[in-house]
Design a protein around this ligand. Sequence first.
Ligand code: GDP
Length: 365
Amino acid sequence: SLTTGIVGLPNVGKSTLFNAITQAGAEMANYPFCTIEPNVGIVSVPDRRLDKLTEMYQPKKTIPTTFEFTDIAGLVKGASKGEGLGNQFLANIRQVDAISHVVRCFDDKDITHVSGKVDPIDDIETINLELVLADLEQVNKRYDRVSKLAKQKDKQAITEFSALEKLKAAFEEGKPARHVALTEEEEAAIKPFNFLTQKPVLYVANISEDEVSEPESNAYVQAVEAFAKKDEAEVVVISARIESEIAELEGEEKAAFLQDLGLDTSGLDRLIAKSYALLGLATYFTAGEKEVRAWTFRKGTKAPQAAGIIHSDFERGFIRAEIVSYEDLIEAGSEIAAKEHGKLRLEGKDYVMQDGDIVNFRFNV
Ligand code: GDP
């Protein structure tokens, strides 16, 4: 499954946030055969549509879809040169699909800052430079060999070399791979590198618990937002400390606590929603009287592969999908009414799944 890695300098609030994530943890009953690594936190993806469907179907159980965070602690200045456990951490980042970069935006004289003062842009640039240097090293390792092959007119090598040249130039200027325009062929040629700076980034501005009701007045946050805009990255503002308190609450207690703070959703829920969007993920539902359940797919996934997310047999024996959109179902009031109004569609193997589809897969066993 897809995972987003939490990175950041020491003492910015990563562990506090990660604790909130594990506290809020998804119902592990759904993972009977999985051992979950200690640095992985799995959370339910909040979705109001799931509540509506539960009201409509009155199922025995409702199962939200989940989302994974991996805690990648220990990234420090000099990591790309092997400082700290540098290379180990960089290798861990290579495995993730997106990066949540936690940045300290709170003043607190009791908590030391690694570089002596709170300066979120400086922090961001420190980490980003380590990632760029690690990527540059990957390019340099292969550069001569690919260059030689390209000169021998090896077609695949010519494409790869042209991509590596563009990337090397960018990395040497400290720019991330995601800012480099590549052709589709070049993208494909460099995919195996898994460049760190090609992954989508979300900056998580960690503010003081006193500022959650008016985060925009925090000058550090403003600076991070301006930086992110240039960097084509997203920002979520949270207070990790508050999140760890929220994560201990549920239902009405949680709602009341949020209301007191003047918030309508927790920062963690916003973080999940933004990460989901950043990864190009969407949700379809299966619904019946036994169970209402949400499933995650990548945008652009076709019906048989979406069926395969539930079970590989569903994909192998796929016949068709019976689909009603969430809006149509709610408008009709029930599945039967939706059918009567001609809103139930039969879709074949080339159908591209849409966010909010409610699906019944038909398959041969
Ligand atoms: P990490 O090294 O990035 O994992 O940072 P930690 O999560 O251990 O946090 C470092 C210190 O900052 C701890 O003492 C936290 O309690 C504190 N801290 C984290 N988030 C906040 C926050 O939102 N407000 C304040 N005042 N302190 C925080």
